[in-house]
Design a protein around this ligand. Structure first.
Ligand code: COA
Length: 160
């Protein structure tokens, strides 16, 4: 059986914290799908196709890491892809309550799909996509916090 995990998120944009989670989960699974959630109630800076493009470039050198987008329920996407696990990063205690709620709801919806939590490297525990967008739009240097292609795109948005 192929061990396949879905790593879902908004990825608006992908950061080095997300990259760190993929690096950590990659050896645990045969395949990892990084999945952009299409959420009509959010107002992202980057379109779904821009986010997919950023993710494809970020993970181009990673074996058996795919990128995709989905709408609707995450567990349906995971089932369609025959994935056994959902991977989520836990940055701090403050993530826990929301993540526990989601994990338990997903278990109720699809009892055979396990949620697995991974802790990012401590240097990324304070990162979020919003904080990076805020710093980049105000002209701050985010080069050590995001993949190089993402930094370029953030600079373009900042100069618009
Ligand atoms: N490094 C850096 N930042 C990280 C991170 C990491 N390792 N892990 C999480 N974050 C940040 C994200 O950048 C994001 O920041 P932002 O709020 O500033 O944009 C924030 O933490 C939230 O993370 P994200 O993974 O994007 O979560 P989300 O709440 O936007 O989406 C889904 C979570 C997609 C898994 C969830 O909404 C979902 O499953 N949606 C589909 C519908 C569904 O099935 N609903 C029922 C679920 S119970």
């Amino acid at each position: 059986m192929t061990r396949h995990a879905i790593y879902p998120g908004s990825f608006d944009p992908v950061t080095n914290g997300h990259l760190d989670i993929v690096r950590r989960c990659r050896p645990l699974f045969d395949r990892v799908t990084v999945a952009v959630a299409v959420n009509p109630s959010k107002h992202p800076m980057f379109s779904v196709s821009e986010r997919l493009q950023m993710l494809s470039e970020t993970f181009a050198e990673f074996d058996h890491v795919e990128v995709a987008s989905f709408s609707g329920l995450l567990v349906n996407f995971a089932r369609d892809r025959q994935a056994q696990a959902i991977v989520r990063g836990l940055r701090a205690v403050s993530d826990f309550e929301y993540e526990l709620q989601m994990a338990l709801m997903n278990r109720r919806l699809a009892g055979t799909i396990e949620t697995i939590f991974l802790m990012p490297s401590e240097e990324y525990t304070y990162l979020s996509s919003s904080i990076i967008k805020g710093v980049a739009l105000a002209g701050g240097d985010v080069s050590s916090l995001v993949p190089p292609g993402v930094e370029t795109l953030l600079k373009k948005k900042a100069h618009r």
